[in-house]
Design a protein around this ligand. Structure first.
Ligand code: DAT
Ligand code: MG
Length: 140
């Protein structure tokens, strides 16, 4: 079984779309193995989006992801779970995302694109550790 990290972003929670997005992912057959409604703070947001530090949209991205609670989940499937989720999310820019995808059906703007999913198995591992350290590190 492989796990991946999904963040249902503040725009989705604000718009009441968390249930719709969770349904799509669990109807596919993925299983929720951890979840939390959580206000992501600036420190965690900066660590999560470290790869984008210095880009023009970085500050806007950090402000956006910290503005209200996100629904953060670990999803599990029989293999390549991160890839299944990425395909269901659609392209980063909702204008490019195919109909039938979460972003293609439900979003209009690149910043407010509803959902984050890890983009590789290594990223999934690191992101699960960042958001749910209690599940990945032995108790001390
Ligand atoms: P993804 O979320 O599809 O993995 P990413 O990792 O390249 O995309 O970027 C992270 C987030 O940053 C993305 O969901 C929305 C925002 N973003 C990316 N490119 C952007 C751009 N050109 N302008 C504004 N926001 C952007
Ligand atoms: Mg990304």
């Amino acid at each position: 079984m492989e796990k991946t990290l999904v963040i249902i972003k503040p725009d989705a929670v604000e718009r009441g779309l968390a249930g719709e997005i969770i349904s799509r992912l669990t109807n596919k057959g993925l299983k929720i193995v951890a979840c939390e409604l959580r206000l992501i703070d600036k420190d965690l947001a900066r660590r999560h989006y470290k790869e984008h530090e210095g880009k023009t949209f970085y500050d806007e991205l950090v402000d956006f992801i910290t503005r209200s609670p996100s629904f953060v989940m670990v999803l599990e499937g029989p293999g390549e779970t991160w890839k299944i989720v990425r395909n269901m999310m659609g392209a980063t820019d909702p204008a490019e995302a195919a109909p039938g995808t979460i972003r293609g059906d439900l979003a209009l703007e690149v910043t407010e694109n509803l959902i984050h999913g890890s983009d590789s198995q290594d990223a999934a591992q690191a992101e699960i550790e960042l958001f749910f350290p209690q599940f990945t590190k032995p108790a001390s």
